[in-house]
Design a binder for this molecule. Sequence first.
Ligand SMILES: Cc1cc2ncn([C@H]3O[C@H](COP(=O)(O)O)[C@@H](O)[C@H]3O)c2cc1C
Ligand SMILES: O=C(O)c1cccnc1
Length: 348
Amino acid sequence: MTEFDIPVPDERARTAAQDRLDGLVKPVGALGRLEELAAWLAAAHGSVPPAELEDVRVVVFAGDHGVTRAAGGGVSAYPREVTAAMVRAFLSGFSGVNVLAAQVGARVDVVDIAVDDDLDGVPEAVARHKIRRGSGSIDSEDALSPDEARRAFEAGLRIADEAVDAGAQLLIPGDMGIGNSTVAATLVAASLGLPAGEVVGTGTGIDEVGLSGKTAVIEAALRRAGDRASDPFDLLTALGSACAAATAGFVLGGARRAVPVLLDGVFSCAAALVAHDIAPEAARWWLAGHRSTEPSQAFALKTLGLKPILDLGLRLGEGSGAVQAVPTLRAARGVLAGMGSLADLDIG
Ligand SMILES: Cc1cc2ncn([C@H]3O[C@H](COP(=O)(O)O)[C@@H](O)[C@H]3O)c2cc1C
Ligand SMILES: O=C(O)c1cccnc1
């Protein structure tokens, strides 16, 4: 297995931040979760107060998932062709995550990891990480070859490195791929040994008939892969997708560079769960942006020991939930940077 050297957050800065928080003009602990996040950021940055989060970057990993062709069909409420069309939407700036990221001054980049359809004319920066078109239908065949899984993972590492080299202080993994909630649920079920019925969710909004078909597809995939979940790269090969492998590389890549990663919805959390199997210490650098409506995200977060910052009932992906947690992180940092201390108050 690949070895990764994951830096250790600065525990002295965390303690110093907590001491400062305890002495601010408020009752001890009165700013609740903001205090925990402030101390977390101080440990990540190694200073009190931590740096301002000015350079926030979302990378949307776009690709198709062969499971949309699974026997019986219908794992998604929308057709595969949406994936390619949405890449153009991200580039035009009118997708959900474009609009939400603009509110917080975050940059959005989209990369074509495995889109099926032709994307003629997209910038080279979007196209250059492409691994393949789509992926195998996991209920009946492997998603990828072992080499593709490895290359997609390495592309994710590289994309994180490039973002950090360009100044990123916070990385957000986004996803775009019709059918990817089936792959996410399958990865979580396989990793944690859960039955399909517990992890399956409605994704883009399938009905009850669709949900039972989707459950059967996940069951077939789990049966087919047997015990291959015990190796994370074998798991990505058998039941993942190029986007899952690239996203796993990306979240691990941020950790490797000591840059915080704000996880988003079900897909990024499933990929993080696999990345955690590759390098468990990477989770020290991750926060959970929001609670998705997909059940498998909750299982993944529980295993990673992460508690979502927001719970807005979102089920979009793209990085849309995580970007909305950015103001909360900035507020946490602002508390440490700006509040006065209780000792300076003239209290009798
Ligand atoms: C227009 C549109 C934009 C999206 N943006 C993200 N997703 C999200 O929905 C898909 C996952 O759900 P499922 O597994 O049910 O297909 C992914 O593409 C995910 O990124 C979208 C889906 C649609 C239709
Ligand atoms: O929670 C998510 O990330 C999600 C849910 C449904 C569809 N796409 C994404």
